[in-house]
Ligand binder design. Sequence first.
Ligand code: NAP
Length: 256
Amino acid sequence: MGEEKIPALDRELTGRVALVTGASRGIGSAIAFTLAGQGATVLVNYNGSRQRALEVVAQIEAAGGTARAIGCDVSDFAACGRMVEEIIADYGHVDILVNNAGVTRDNLVARMSEEDYDCVLNTNLKGAFHTIRHLTRYFLRQKKGKIVNISSVSGVIGNAGQANYAASKAGLIGLTKSVAKELAGRNICVNAVAPGFIETEMTLGMPEKTREAAVASIPMGRMGSPREVGELVAFLAGDRSDYITGQVICVDGGLT
Ligand code: NAP
């Protein structure tokens, strides 16, 4: 038992390169801000919202951080490969991968189209596999890395009207736990964060009555902020969580 060093908590991600998928808005942009605030160079991935990704980069730079926008549809396996190669060519390494990109196509299962099922699975679940698949060999060589997958409480407890979404988010949990076991011996941590109801465009789209019912079901009596998810992701991306892997941590105001 050696003497424990007091960790430096400030800007603990200095020198690290982080790829955050779906960081053009909502929770993803909050994660990008939080990681950049800790000193990481952040690759702000977007698909449709290029302008908003550039605004996220501008805000990070204005605050003294380093970031770059990078376009890629995460549901496209080959495109994810090209994105990873471009980042490695420019920065030499990636230390943190946050799989945050996600979509919803809610409907009752009896009415759900195959297209809506596939779209959600391809982005939310397969997209995470794509980035992990392409980045893992670099993490293995480095013998270090942090992967954080953004799941959802829907994937933990299910949600009527979200069979596709809940399946994708539960799948992310299985992916997280399995990859964590594969990579643990190389010092690579893989964890999932399961947010509850968080104030973003995704939840703003909810009908008012559903929204009221959602808030009423939360023991803390309010929705969470994207920043509150970002703080947990920053912890899981840094050295203070080095002995935590294969876990699913809910950020849900007590919902589950
Ligand atoms: P949001 O505001 O709708 O933002 C979604 C983000 O995902 C956008 O940046 C979007 O980028 C990106 N994206 C979508 N499809 C993509 C694709 N094919 N390739 C790359 N990026 C893509 O959603 P949010 O509420 O911030 O949610 C972020 C994550 O948290 C999602 O995985 C979501 O399932 C999860 N989550 C959210 C809540 C909540 O209450 N809000 C709760 C639990 C879990 P573009 O606009 O550039 O296409």
